[in-house]
Design a protein around this ligand. Structure first.
Ligand SMILES: Cc1cc2nc3c(=O)[nH]c(=O)nc-3n(C[C@H](O)[C@H](O)[C@H](O)COP(=O)(O)OP(=O)(O)OC[C@H]3O[C@@H](n4cnc5c(N)ncnc54)[C@H](O)[C@@H]3O)c2cc1C
Ligand code: FES
Ligand code: FES
Length: 491
């Protein structure tokens, strides 16, 4: 960072006001900063772990000379230091001098707010719904409303009046947040600040935000024990639950190289700072099955803030994206002072949270090869409910079938041992066999005998073994249905 202008504060725009934030405030969760430091108490904190959506606010980042889309995030787990050159709209910022916004009016008209705790978060999610539908010039349907509200829990009377409010939104009356807040004046103000690196020291805490990869690598080498924070949807929960505290923090969201997402001749390259939402949209045609899996990953708020690489690097045995990426033969790319290094994901996990990674390495991105020809793929997540739940077991299969015979098989599973694993013995068993139910039933029995699941809150060991057998059969049945096979073959 030596050649780069350094600021010792963050610059954040909240509800139309630009603030310089430093010292203690820079390290607080955003919700706490809004409520305690700015007295914007409309934003509520209920679960403090990203689960309920009460703390939802809308945010856009000024990055690489442009604004990212305005999207909801959970402010209870997102530290303020992730929001340099961001525009944040809280529930207080939705009304204007003429009165309440269209979403607030409809929530009032349809009696959508009951306890008052969840309502501000619901309203913010609905504001994003109105914003997106206005931009796309599309109607608000109940399906869309349900999707946008997936991350907002109502614990009292249910969703009927809330959905009624959403589906009766009159978009002509919606004054877009983009026009109201992402003004030319703010844009030119932030443009002059975008190349600033940031360093903030407060008591025993130190925060650094470099603006290019070379500086990030040098900083990492100088402080290999600093904590890299991407979206903080894993780290923020640990901090709030006092399971970790952040002293030296390295934030890479100002490094433009890490926001790259592109199709290459070898596959889709996804930079380390790309959000799960952007990945879900980008892989729609190249990897439709991955897109389907990401649709049931967490909630919009978590996917807007969290990154795909964060999921991979956090390395939970039940990280939802990992089996799919492993079966797709994805490869992580690291950078350090020694240059760059590629690691096949199937070799990255060595045990529970033990990785093939040195302390000075920074993940740059992940390459996901594109499937061609007769490849079929199925990725499953088994959880107690469909949305916003932690998996008990995850399953991924990438298969090649030629003349009714399996000629290639890549199988990966999560929730069945200390880390996500490939199952080479099962893969060998499948290759050369007929593509039929017996083959998959036998493979399931073999897989169940090889895995080492534990019993925990989510499922017993026996359940995980049984579900493993059943997932192989489900995989066969889904792929063998004619239409399903046609859908599953990637272009
Ligand atoms: C309510 C809720 C629901 C969730 N639902 C799901 C779910 O359905 N499925 C699921 O799998 N997960 C889920 N998660 C977990 C989490 O959202 C994901 O794991 C997410 O992808 C983490 O990304 P992040 O950017 O927030 O990571 P962070 O929390 O910022 O970081 C995660 C880890 O990656 C490391 N890291 C990040 N970037 C780099 C880099 N460039 N180089 C080196 N190390 C790096 C960090 O140091 C840290 O160890 C959920 C979390 C919450 C709070
Ligand atoms: S308070 Fe529940 S998600 Fe933030
Ligand atoms: S509106 Fe708060 S619990 Fe339903």
């Amino acid at each position: 960072m030596s050649q780069i202008t350094k600021r010792s504060h963050l610059t954040v725009h909240i509800n139309g006001e630009t603030l310089n934030v430093s010292d203690k405030d820079a390290f607080l969760p955003l919700a706490q900063f809004l409520r305690n430091s700015l007295s914007k108490v409309g934003t509520k904190v209920v679960c403090a772990e990203g689960d309920c959506g009460a703390c939802s606010v809308v945010a856009s980042h000024y990055r690489n000379g442009a604004w990212t889309p305005l999207r909801t995030i959970n402010s209870c787990i997102a530290p303020v230091f992730l929001f340099d050159l961001a525009c944040i709209v809280t529930v207080e910022g939705l009304k204007d001098s003429e009165g309440l916004s269209e979403v607030q009016n409809k929530m009032r008209e349809f009696h959508g707010g009951q306890c008052g705790f969840c309502t501000p978060g619901m309203v913010c999610s609905m504001a994003q719904l109105a914003e997106d539908c206005s931009a796309a010039k599309t109607e608000v349907t109940e399906k869309k409303a349900r999707n946008y509200l997936t991350g907002n829990l109502c614990r009292c009377t249910g969703y009927e009046p809330i959905l009624a409010a959403a589906t009766h939104l009159e978009l002509a009356k919606w004054k877009t947040m983009k026009e109201r807040y992402l003004t030319a004046e703010l844009t030119s103000q932030f443009k002059t600040l975008q190349t600033d690196g940031i360093e903030i020291v407060f008591e025993n805490k130190k925060l650094t935000l470099p603006t290019d990869l070379a500086s990030a690598v040098s900083l990492r080498q100088a402080s290999p024990t600093s904590r890299i924070v991407a979206g903080a949807t894993d780290i923020g929960v640990l901090v709030n639950k006092a399971k970790t505290s952040l002293q030296e923090i390295l934030v890479l969201n100002k490094v433009s190289e890490l926001h790259k997402i592109e199709n290459t001749s070898a596959g889709v390259f996804i930079g380390a700072q790309v959000s799960l939402t952007d990945v879900e949209e980008f892989v729609r045609t190249s990897h439709p099955e991955l897109k389907r899996l990401l649709h049931i990953f967490a909630s919009p708020q978590i996917k807007n803030q969290g990154t795909l690489l964060g999921n991979v690097l956090n390395g939970s045995p039940i990280g939802d994206s990992i089996p799919a990426l492993m079966a797709l033969d994805a490869e992580i790319q690291f950078a350090s002072k020694n240059g760059t290094r590629k690691v096949a994901l199937k070799n990255y996990y060595k045990g529970y949270k033990v990785f093939d990674k040195t302390d000075d390495e920074i993940a740059v991105g992940i390459l996901i090869p594109t499937l061609k020809g007769e490849y079929l793929n199925r990725f499953f997540k088994v959880s107690l409910r469909k949305d916003l739940d932690i998996s008990a077991v995850t399953f991924a299969a990438v298969l090649k079938v030629q003349d009714g015979t399996l000629s290639e098989a890549r199988i990966a599973m999560g929730g069945v041992g200390p880390c996500v694993i490939r199952l080479p013995q099962v893969e060998q068993h499948l290759v050369g066999k007929a593509f039929n139910e017996n083959t998959f039933a036998d493979a399931g029995v073999l897989a169940a005998s090889l895995i080492t699941p534990i019993s925990d809150l989510r499922a017993s060991r026996e359940y995980r073994q049984l579900v493993t057998e059943n997932l192989f059969k489900k995989c066969f049945h889904e792929l063998s249905v004619e239409n399903s096979v046609a859908e599953a073959v990637c272009p």
